[in-house]
Structures are given as C-alpha cells and as structure tokens.
Write a protein that binds this ligand. Structure first.
Ligand SMILES: Nc1ncnc2c1ncn2[C@@H]1O[C@H](COP(=O)(O)OP(=O)(O)O)[C@@H](O)[C@H]1O
Ligand SMILES: [Mg+2]
Length: 235
C-alpha cells in the first residue's frame, strides 16, 4: 500500500512584483507519509507559507505535480479544492483566524456547514467532542476576544479537527503565544499525531521542531531534510 499522503514533484512557484520575477519554490521534490509529524524550517521569506498553501490547497503551483492522497490535483477546480480541503485537511494559522463576531460554537459550525456528509443533527455532538479534546468544553458561548491567545489557538485546532481530517497543516501555530501556551499547543498537536493524524508544522522555533520526528529546511527555494541533531541549528 502506498502511504504517501502528499507528494510534490518538480514543483515551481513564482510571484511577479515591481522588482521582477520572484522564483520562490524551485523544482521542489517532497513527500509526506501517513502518520508523519514534520517540521518545516526556514528564514522569513524563504517560501514556507507558499509551500504549505499549495499543499493545503489554498494556492496552486505554476508547474510540477502534486498528489494529495494519490489524487493529482493540478487540474482540479476551485470547488473540488474546497471539497478536498474540507474533508482531508485542517488548517491552523499563527493569527488563529477565528471569526470575531461568532461564538466558539458558531466558529466550529462553519466547516460543518460546508461538509455535505455531515447531518445538522450531529453538529452539537461533534462540536462537544472537539471542544473536549482541546479542553475548552466550558467556553462554548464565548467570543474569541473573551479568550486568551492560547485558548483561541485551541479553538482553532478544534475547528481544524471538526470534519475529521487526516492531515493538520499549521503555519507558525505558536508564533503569537508565550512559551507555556506554545508548549500546550505542541502537546495537543503531538497527541493528535499519536492518534494517527499527519501533522505538518511551519516554525521558526527549534523547540517546536523538536516535537517533530522529521524536519526539513527551505533555503533559496530548495527544500532539504534536516537531521534531528541539527534541529537546534537549523533556523
Ligand atoms: N501573494 C504573493 N504575491 C507576491 N509575492 C508573494 C506572495 N506570497 C508570498 N510572496 C513572496 O514570496 C516569498 C516567500 O513568502 P512566504 O512563503 O510567505 O515566506 P515565509 O512563509 O517563509 O516567510 C517572499 O519573498 C514573499 O514576498
Ligand atoms: Mg510564512
């Protein structure tokens, strides 16, 4: 059985700006296997978010191939992207990206409303389940601004989990958190990994990378594996 959940081959991405053409990802070959917990390191501007956005179907490469769960997504429509994203991928962002005028329950309902295979009568049990997982069962009617940064990120992780994705993609998930909350979020992501989720984490922080079993570094548009011994020196 092929347990490669994400396979990028010869992938390129450029942006054009006033200064000219910026070739951000250069012929990237990269594979992620089911159950991996992977850190992606690299300096600011090195292309980490661009890579994760392509892997998480928020953006498209210019050329090369991308197989997600053995499906070649290069010719998929925006609608197919959104359906695949909804069922396979949970996203966690540095700024939490919760909707400010919605309560915790309302925020967690949003992905469910886009998921055709979920019945409305099951919403409440599914929301209770993920909130219990992140330890926030008592915050259902709170608005994001009424929660600490660490709590907001845990709501965001609950939202990432709500449609039972196999893959969790995190773009600097601890970037706005103090060290205690950062450790709490990493313990939570490690627990999800233990349950069998595939977890990818972009980070600047070697302590965050140390939670991962594999690490890669992007430099000058090229990705390379980093051995665990080098994690501390990789950024
Ligand atoms: N939508 C965009 N339009 C133009 N340039 C972009 C865009 N997104 C990213 N870039 C450029 O691509 C490079 C890599 O950005 P990014 O992937 O966000 O880096 P990182 O996440 O490693 O800090 C940067 O030079 C950035 O300015
Ligand atoms: Mg980034």
């Amino acid at each position: 059985m092929n347990n490669c959940v994400m396979k990028l081959t010869g992938l390129n991405k450029s942006f054009t700006n006033a200064a000219g053409n910026n070739h951000v990802l250069k012929h990237i070959d990269f594979a992620v296997y089911s159950g991996d917990m992977v850190a992606i390191l690299g300096q600011s501007g090195s292309g980490k978010s661009t890579l994760l956005s392509i892997m998480g179907l928020l953006d498209k490469a210019d050329s090369g191939s991308y197989l997600l769960c053995n499906q070649d997504v290069s010719s998929f429509s925006a609608y197919q992207f959104s359906q695949l994203r909804n069922s396979h991928i949970g996203w966690v962002f540095q700024n939490f990206n919760l909707i400010a005028d919605m309560t915790v329950v309302e925020n967690l309902s949003v992905p469910l409303r886009f998921n055709k295979s979920v019945n409305r009568v099951d919403y409440e049990a599914m929301i209770d389940d993920v909130l219990q997982k992140v330890g926030l069962g008592d915050k259902k009617s709170f608005y994001p601004a009424e929660l600490s940064g660490g709590q907001q990120q845990r709501v965001a992780i609950a939202r990432a989990l709500i449609c039972h994705p196999d893959i969790i993609l995190c773009d600097e998930p601890t970037g706005n958190l103090d060290s205690t909350n950062s450790n709490n979020v990493m313990e939570l992501l490690s627990a999800l990994h233990q349950e069998g989720k595939t977890v990818l984490i972009i980070t600047h922080d070697p302590d965050v990378a140390a939670y991962c079993q594999k690490a890669y570094k992007i430099h000058d548009g090229v990705i390379a594996a980093v051995s665990p011994l080098e994690f501390k020196h990789a950024v």
